[in-house]
Design a protein. Structure first.
Lengths: 187, 81
């Protein structure tokens, strides 16, 4: 495997949406998710000298992000963190109800079930995307999620349009197979 | 004849491109013609359409450009240090 070098200048364009999706499915707070992504990049930059080039940039950044998410939960589960959560709840609400009860979702509501199912499906898909070769994953995300035009992606990756469609086609086939085993056959 | 008839490999790529509305009218015609007589490609096309529907229904969350720029600024400042 050729040694991989870090290119921090491209991190935001290449990985921020992927990391953001990964984070939001775990912390459920867009502002916190953005902060965690930002902190991940900064921590990555700080510890860049420790990167040995044995994994891809994305895998390495995800491992940093996972630690950041664990730290976030540790903080919010500490006494001080719980107090901060309660304070922010009271600031945003003029009601005196049981805040914990209000935060719990009503599972009998079918819309909530749909939402949960969609969330789980999204997580399964994210895992499948993570299992793709990095080049495939980046190009698939840029075309399908970021909706970038073909020309822009081809220029960035220095490939022809037909190469791009072959890559997207292969990525989709792998994702369909992966979802089939991880999601549809799980019941 | 080869102008109209395409192989299954070509048809599957056209099927993928069709999910992104990237086909010209000619390519659409060739694709339909192929699917008309090829059960395998018709089945793949159906799966591909379902997959696209699943993807579109997920409502991906993305960072906005100002959010990305704010992260870029922080990263740039840290790189200068």
């Amino acid at each position: 495997m050729p040694e991989i070098k870090l290119i921090p200048e491209k991190w935001v364009d290449r990985y921020s949406d992927y990391l953001f999706n990964f984070t939001i499915s775990r912390v459920n707070d867009p502002i916190m998710a953005q902060d965690l992504v930002s902190e991940t990049f900064l921590a990555g930059l700080k510890s860049a000298h420790r990167f040995k080039g044995q994994s891809t940039e994305r895998t390495w950044l995800i491992s940093i992000l996972k630690r950041k998410i664990i730290d976030h939960y540790r903080k919010s589960n500490s006494k001080k963190g719980k107090a901060e959560v309660r304070m922010s709840y009271l600031e945003n609400s003029d009601q005196n109800g049981d805040w914990m009860e209000e935060q719990v979702r009503d599972l009998r509501n079918p819309n909530v079930e749909d939402e949960i199912e969609q969330k789980e499906l999204g997580e399964a898909l994210n895992k499948c995307i993570a299992a793709l070769p990095e080049r495939y994953a980046t190009i698939f995300v840029q075309k399908t999620i970021d909706k970038l035009d073909t020309e822009t992606i081809c220029k960035e990756h220095d490939i022809t349009a037909s190469n791009l469609w072959v890559i997207i086609h292969r990525a989709r086939v792998q994702l369909m197979d992966c979802l089939n085993t991880k999601w549809y056959k799980k019941d | 004849m080869s102008k109209f008839f395409i192989s299954c490999d070509e048809a599957s790529i056209l099927s993928t491109r069709d999910q992104y509305n990237d086909l010209s009218p000619k390519e659409k015609f060739r694709h339909k013609l192929h699917n008309g007589h090829c059960i395998g490609c018709r089945s793949f096309n159906k799966k591909s359409r379902l997959f696209s529907r699943t993807l579109n229904g997920l409502g991906w969350v993305k960072l906005s450009n100002p959010q990305k720029n704010s992260i870029k600024e922080k990263l740039k400042a840290a790189m200068k240090k």
